[in-house]
Design a protein around this ligand. Structure first.
Ligand code: B12
Ligand code: SF4
Length: 445
């Protein structure tokens, strides 16, 4: 279709406006930095799309915005005392407010760029995400590795980015932009994390190991009780209740009220204590350096001693952690909502739900052969309390498991019985069955 005579094109020509801006020259980094800081950011850095650190997410970024040439990483500070408060409504107000600030300011910067003829896009700080992909990768861009590359901090033991001045009291945002800039940033050359392990001591579910390993399912089950997965479990409690009285037996009144609050005002985090207690960062470290014991008593102990319900999965390391470390807290078992339905999600999800302590003493290689809807092979190795899942068959197996996909994922979701599947030969084992039982013990129920 020839649009050269269309009224819009005619008007553009009459006003002498370019049909498509051709920047040619890179944007001035100092100008862009000023624009972002004036919009309300506390720090900003620039990363080119071809940085090797972005290799594992470049495809996703380009899927969201194929013209991406530069990533603008931004930091917005959170008020520290709010994040430390044992009354978590105060902390949640700060999380939500600063989250909105990040989204507002990235949007404002994109508008300024758009008005300057530069195409750009601002993915969410957190939510909304691509829930159609749940329980796979639901976020568009991983802000943490971008911020690290942009020189805005490094990840501490608790896997949050610690800014050299503001510590971990920050939220992150990223803008994808179709232009180069005159100067890019580089990661800082030291890690502000002090390795004090206060985050390890404060986490109610023991999600952070002193060696930096992270028990994703423990954090996700408790801290995210009123987000996607926990909400699904709550909805199943509603559906499964025979009467109002039965519902009241399953869900306490404070829990119903809290779920209402999350649905009305935005989902609330249950903990985030790892951020609350972190003393790292130039502006933060003073009180800790002055008197470590007083800092502990003021910031860590009130969270450790807070009497509260802690949500855990059955057969989880977290359940034992609460009982062992926090007598004032009550562990409450809830349903597991991470149910893979595809081989990729299963393999990717295994390290996320792996229970390190429960795997003690197990050293085995498993060959999985998936049949039915997906014809795939995978090797899963468990040794030294670590798990590795790989595509294809590798090494000598201690147990071979041949499974029909629908049956296997149905079994994992609690919809099908293992005994039924074994009898119907939907799951076949070559090797000692006890190894399958031991495999099962490494995961929560
Ligand atoms: C997924 C996610 C989570 C997950 C996993 C956490 C994690 N360590 O990555 C859960 C739900 C547990 C979580 C918890 C929290 N999060 Co969060 N989260 C994200 C998100 C959406 C992506 C994280 C990411 O980049 N992962 C990839 C790599 C870099 O991370 P990784 O640690 O190597 O690997 C983990 C993930 O890949 C994850 N994973 C892998 N597959 C899947 C699949 C699903 C369905 C999910 C949910 C996760 C998941 O598990 C891995 C093992 O830990 C970002 C927002 C964003 N769009 O970037 C915020 C973000 C990382 N979260 C943030 C915050 C503040 C929190 C909490 C404090 C929330 C709170 N207020 O209570 C806690 C802190 C827990 C902790 N110690 O890490 C901030 C961190 C700010 C900072 N200073 O670094 C971010 C950057 C949001 C933001 N815009 O500021 N979060
Ligand atoms: S609390 Fe201590 S160990 Fe944990 S991230 Fe902060 S500085 Fe590092």
């Amino acid at each position: 279709m020839d649009l050269s005579a269309h009224p819009t094109v005619e008007r553009l020509k009459r006003r002498n406006r370019p049909i498509a801006a051709d920047l040619g020259e890179p944007l001035d980094a100092a100008w862009l930095r000023r624009v972002v800081l004036d919009a309300g950011a506390d720090d900003v850095g620039f990363v080119p799309i071809d940085r090797p650190a972005l290799d594992d997410q470049r495809e996703e970024i380009l899927k969201a915005f194929p013209r991406t040439r530069t990533l603008i990483s931004i930091v917005v500070r959170m008020n520290r005392e709010a994040i430390r408060a044992p009354a978590r409504s105060i902390a949640n107000l700060e999380f939500h407010h600063v989250g909105d600030v990040v989204n507002d300011l990235t949007r404002r910067v994109v508008r300024i760029l758009e008005d300057s003829g530069v195409r750009a896009l601002n993915p969410a700080m957190g939510f909304p995400m691509e829930m159609a992909d749940f329980p796979g990768r639901i976020w568009v861009v991983s802000h943490k590795p971008v911020a690290v590359e942009a020189g805005l901090g490094r990840m501490g033991i608790h896997r949050n980015v610690i800014h050299e001045r503001f510590g971990n009291f920050i939220l992150l945002g990223t803008i994808l932009m179709d232009a180069e800039v005159t100067q890019y940033d580089r990661p800082i050359d030291f890690n502000p994390c002090l390795e004090c392990k206060l985050c390890v001591a404060a986490c109610p579910v023991g999600a952070i190991d002193p060696d930096g390993a992270f028990d994703f399912s423990a954090c996700y089950t408790h801290n995210y009780r009123e987000f996607m997965g926990g909400f699904g479990d709550w909805a199943e409690q509603v559906a499964g209740s025979k009467s109002a009285l039965d519902y009241r037996r399953r869900v306490t009144e404070p829990e119903s009220a809290s779920m209402w609050q999350s649905l009305s005002f935005g989902a609330n985090y249950k903990a985030a204590y790892c951020l609350s207690v972190c003393p790292a960062g130039e502006d933060v470290i003073g009180p800790y350096l002055t008197d470590k014991r007083a800092f502990m008593n003021e910031t860590v102990v009130p969270l450790q001693e807070k009497e509260e319900v802690v949500y855990v999965l059955g057969n989880s390391d977290a359940e034992e952690h609460v009982a062992r470390r926090f007598p004032g807290k009550t562990a409450r078992r809830v349903g597991n909502s991470l149910r893979p339905r595809r081989v990729d999600d299963f393999l990717r999800g295994l390290p996320l739900v792996f229970q390190r302590k429960k795997s003690a003493g197990l050293s085995a290689t498993y060959h999985f052969t998936f049949t039915g809807a997906e014809q795939r092979e995978a090797t899963i190795e468990i040794r030294d309390q670590r798990i590795e899942a790989r595509e294809g068959h590798h090494g000598r197996p201690d147990l071979c498991v041949v499974v029909d996909c629908a049956t296997w994922f149905g079994f994992l979701a609690g919809e099908k019985s293992l005994l039924w599947a074994l009898l119907r030969r939907k799951i076949r084992l070559h090797g000692p069955p006890r190894l399958l039982v031991k495999f099962g013990r490494c995961f929560p129920s």
